[in-house]
Design a protein around this ligand. Structure first.
Ligand code: NAD
Length: 420
């Protein structure tokens, strides 16, 4: 029976490289467990007078290479196990893209769509009040993730600054530009994903971007910015989905011919990309199983699992979401010779530009979008080709190659600082 527990899957991935990378047992034990797991109770009086208590988490996995770093997720399915897995993946991601951060993650088990803006603001402030001693610009720096956005980050910055009695922009990244956010941060994760698609298409499919067909699952921050950049690169978008359902392009060319701006506008008005005009409504499963060159899962964990892995027709999967493929599905995809660019590489553009934002805040500086995008492009390409070279030289799949490089760097930092 397939295990869909995210932390169990993160541990299976870690175990999968021990035959290539020899890690001393005491270091391996330290990597298996996050350094700190915090659970907080968040009582909230709703505007209708009812009181509800939500549960929030912050898990700090490892800080050998620098302050803890990782997003905050608002979702009814948030569990401690999920946050632990995401915190471990953040440690690997920061190491792989080679920035001086460790890994952490936070989450609140809540359906934000059922709360008003005022309730969401008060919940966010309560969460930060509860974590005041655990976060900070040199300690642990949150960022956006599922269902959180620049507005949420603005509340976090304001609440933390209020508690400290002075303005502390570097405590959180992904802020609005007006409050010290970085140019290019909002689009960074999707942009980085698209760069990985472009390089992987060249390396594995030997195709030109203009002839490549793509399906994207998820049309939020990461999915939509991936779509935008892929369209700019000339790729053919064939299917897109969100939580409501999937949309297959119905134009004569079989691809979305609307501009990106129109896709966003229409899906906002219709409530879902699946409800816009000129598309065929399909299921989320059908989007994943689309007959395309490239599949980009950009929604949640555990989307490509044992039950559907052998129905995937794409020859290349680029993981924009964290943990979208289970280890069992990974094995099946390997046998089918589907190339998978793993999450810790593909979506690392987000934490990379978060690092740029933190550097700008600490220096009271503001870089142009051009500088940010140039630095994003060169760091993403370096990480991509370092992983590819390791994979080809040692004949291991790309996921394990990425993990070996990342875990190796973390262990090296732990050893040099004498961590036991
Ligand atoms: P978001 O809340 O902005 O968007 C999520 C999207 O997924 C929405 O379109 C939603 O409708 C859709 N969705 C939710 N459940 C779905 C389902 N069952 N089937 C299909 N679509 C579904 O979140 P986001 O920030 O875009 O994050 C998406 C993924 O990317 C997550 O796994 C997140 O951890 C990862 N990620 C995000 C960032 C970032 O900078 N925001 C960075 C790295 C990784």
């Amino acid at each position: 029976m397939e295990n869909e527990d995210p932390f169990a899957n993160a541990l299976t991935q870690l175990a999968s490289i021990t035959d290539i990378l020899s890690v001393d047992p005491e270091y391996y034990e330290m990597l298996k467990s996050p350094i700190r797991e915090i659970t907080v109770s968040l009582p909230l009086k709703l505007s209708n007078g009812n009181a509800v208590t939500f549960t929030g988490y912050r898990v700090q996995h490892n800080n050998a290479r620098g302050p803890y770093k990782g997003g905050i997720r608002y979702h009814p399915g948030v569990t401690l196990s999920e946050v632990k897995a995401l915190s471990m993946w953040m440690t690997w991601k920061s190491a792989l893209i080679d920035i001086p951060f460790g890994g952490a993650k936070g989450g609140v088990s809540v359906d934000p769509k059922k709360l008003t803006m005022d309730e969401l603001e008060r919940l966010t402030r309560k969460y930060i009040d509860a974590l005041e001693e655990e976060i900070g610009p040199e300690v642990d720096i949150p960022a956006p993730d599922l269902n959180t956005n620049p507005q949420t980050m603005a509340w976090i910055m304001n609440e933390y600054s209020r508690l400290k009695g002075h303005n502390v922009p570097a405590v959180v990244t992904g802020k609005p530009i007006e409050l010290g956010g970085s140019e290019g941060r909002n689009a960074a994760t999707g942009r980085g994903v698209a760069i990985c698609v472009r390089e992987a298409v060249q390396a594995f499919l030997k195709k030109d971007m203009k002839s490549v067909t793509v399906a994207v699952q998820g049309f939020g921050n990461v999915g939509s910015n991936t779509v935008k950049t892929l369209m700019e690169m000339g790729a053919k978008l064939v299917a897109i989905s969100d939580v409501v359902g999937g949309a297959k392009a119905k134009s004569p060319s079989g691809t979305f011919e609307q501009s990106y701006e129109r896709l966003i506008d229409e899906s906002n008005k219709a409530g879902s990309i699946s409800k816009i005009s000129g598309v065929e409504e399909i299921s989320n499963e059908e989007v994943l199983e689309s007959d395309v060159d490239v599949l980009v899962p950009a929604a949640l964990e555990n989307q490509i699992i044992e039950a559907n892995a052998n129905k995937i027709k794409a020859r290349l999967i680029v993981e924009a979401a964290n943990g979208p493929t289970t280890p069992m599905a990974d094995k099946i995809l390997g046998r089918m010779e589907v190339n998978v660019i793993p999450d810790i590489l593909a979506n690392s553009g987000g934490v990379l530009v978060s690092y740029f934002e933190w550097v700008q805040n600490l220096n009271r500086d503001h870089w142009t979008e051009e500088i940010v995008n140039d630095r994003l492009e060169s760091k993403m390409k370096k990480a991509f080709y370092d992983v590819l070279a390791y994979s080809q030289k040692n004949n291991v799949d790309v996921r394990r190659a990425a993990l070996v490089l990342a875990v190796g760097r973390v262990v090296s930092a732990m050893k040099l600082s004498g961590w036991h």
